[in-house]
Write a protein that binds this ligand. Structure first.
Ligand code: DQQ
Length: 542
């Protein structure tokens, strides 16, 4: 890898060059996946005033062709930037985009765009009608926070609705608008959600999930018994949170299933406990699943972005469904990732003793897919959990003893000077067990100026009943995505190991708990390199 390529991913979505942030308007249409994203065509920085919608297409969610910009800041209603938004596929198959424009006075307004030629299979060109903005900024919006329209859904009354985050008189609100034609919109008096604690919310996503099974539902699916809804919001400059609940499609209101968490989104469940933002899902009608995209920002220095000429990747697309508990989501990399699997190594029934380190050799592990099932033989050894630790789960990750820490060490240099550990600890809590999942970035790179926190989240599983715990980890040069407890807790973060520029990396199983841990099964695959937005490659469509 040349210095320029250092950190570029092999199978994650990223443009060939320049800046990318939020995922925008994903949809499936006539056998093709469309993906748009906040894109600065002029360089590797955020580029206020310059943001466009980059557009790429794929036949398999793995290989992508870049089509250029679908929306550019060229109209009075988006002259200062085409900001985030969503797409909706109408019943006749025509897609429509709703997005936030920053107008000539930098005021945030909502706009629509339609395909110029709906018969173009790639929908390359988009038309912004002159009746935009279709929703000017309401008078009671404060802080110029009015942005990121969601995918629209059809209510029982035949009207379309979408949700949008707005600061209404200082209160962070998720507003609902209704329309018959996508042009004339009326605001519902009651928001889906409102909280004074976080005034500036972003990137609302609102969608139905089935109470049973892993199949996804169309965003406009009938709101009948057995259907719940998910409200996902991004807390500006922080993280993504969600709440499962019930949607009343007559009143356009939302009742949380975990009301006890309150209205402050920071007390809701996390999409990912690492560093990931602006998640947005879509319904994939071809495979009847809901798929989630999310932006994973750079966490090295700003000058590194400039030197590399690019910044920002997307998390690998994840299928998502509701867990049987009716409260938490389960996320799992879409199955198409398996088309990239090359050499495989496996372990069956291995034992990792206290203090043990076991190398997974035989594959190149800078781009890999690893699945492990740990068996926990002696829960009796679990340390007692102190509820005040809930304030600082990250601190818990740095201690050892009892059951765990055990897990993986990824992107490690030969001398282990650089290493990123992803692991579990199990605690006894009343008559139950509490599982903590951690990603420790403190030694991920010897480089200065890199963000190296410890990320942590609890895993809602019944480890006593299951007696096992699973971990899946995707490694791709500068990103590590982990799915604990079958995808109930996710931790994603960027890593910048210096050794990777010139050498290969190592992967280990480790156990620093006081008892031994049994690995009932480990499978690790080296992954091939996908064709992602290479400028000189023709369309890799299925
Ligand atoms: N990014 C967009 C906004 C959105 C923010 C601008 C979230 O529309 O609120 O690029 O990252």
């Amino acid at each position: 890898a040349s210095r320029h390529d250092h950190g570029r991913t092999a199978y994650h979505f990223q443009p060939a060059k320049n800046w990318m942030n939020d995922p925008n308007g994903p949809f499936y249409h006539n056998g093709i996946y469309h993906f748009f994203y906040q894109y600065n065509p002029h360089g590797p920085t955020f580029g206020t005033g310059k943001l466009s919608w980059g557009h790429s297409v794929s036949g398999d969610l793995v290989n992508w062709a870049f089509l250029g910009a679908a929306l550019e800041p060229t109209s009075p209603f988006d002259a200062d930037g085409c900001w985030s938004g969503s797409a909706t596929v109408l019943p006749d198959g025509r897609p429509v985009i709703l997005y936030t424009g920053r107008d000539t006075d930098t005021v945030q307004v909502q706009n629509v765009a339609f395909p110029k030629d709906p018969t173009d299979p790639l929908l390359r060109e988009w038309h912004k009608p002159s009746c935009n903005p279709v929703i000017p900024q309401p008078a009671d919006v404060t802080g110029n926070n009015f942005r990121d329209p969601s995918t629209a859904w059809l209510g029982g009354d035949g009207l379309w609705r979408f949700s949008v985050a707005a600061e209404v008189a200082g209160v962070g609100s998720t507003l609902v608008y209704r329309s018959a034609d996508f042009l004339r919109w009326e605001r519902n008096a009651t928001p889906l959600h409102a909280s004074p604690d976080v005034p500036a919310l972003e990137c609302a996503d609102f969608f139905p999930v089935a109470e049973r099974g892993t199949e996804g539902l169309d965003t406009s699916a009938a709101n009948v018994a057995g259907v719940r809804h998910v409200l996902k919001l991004s807390n500006m400059a922080d993280e993504d949170y969600y709440m499962v609940g019930w949607y009343d499609d007559a009143a356009d209101t939302f009742v949380p299933a975990e009301g006890e968490r309150g209205s402050d989104v920071r007390k809701w469940r996390r999409i990912d406990h690492g560093h990931l933002f602006g998640a947005k899902s879509f319904f994939d009608a071809s495979k009847k699943r809901r798929v989630l995209w999310a932006w994973v920002d750079e966490t090295d220095g700003h000058s590194d972005d400039v030197a590399k000429g690019w910044a920002g990747i997307q998390a690998f697309p994840r299928a998502l469904w509701l867990d049987t508990d009716g409260k938490q989501l389960v996320q799992w990399p879409v199955e198409e990732i398996e088309t990239l699997r090359r050499r495989r190594v496996a372990l069956l029934g291995a034992e990792v003793g206290s203090g043990g380190l076991h190398e997974i050799a035989g594959i190149e592990t800078q781009q890999a897919d690893v699945e492990v099932i740990f068996e926990i033989p002696k829960l009796e050894a679990a340390e007692k959990f102190d509820p005040k630790w809930l304030q600082d789960p990250g601190k818990l990750c740095s201690e050892s003893g009892g059951v765990g820490p055990f897990g993986l060490i990824a992107m490690a240099s030969g001398d282990l000077q650089e290493q990123t550990a992803i692991f579990f600890r199990v605690f006894k809590h009343d008559d139950m067990y509490k599982v903590l999942m951690c990603m420790d970035l403190t030694r991920s790179s010897t480089k200065e100026g890199v963000y190296k926190p410890v990320h942590a989240g609890f895993v809602d599983v019944n480890v006593e009943k299951d007696r096992s715990l699973s971990l899946r980890t995707l490694i791709d040069h500068s990103v590590i995505e982990s799915f604990g407890g079958g995808g109930r807790t996710c931790i994603t973060a960027r890593v910048y190991p210096e050794h990777a520029a010139t050498g290969s990396s190592h992967l280990y199983l480790f156990n620093n708990g006081s008892g031994s841990v049994k690995v009932s099964k480990l499978e690790a695959w080296e992954l091939g390199t996908a064709s992602v937005n290479l400028e000189d490659v023709s369309l890799p469509l299925a």
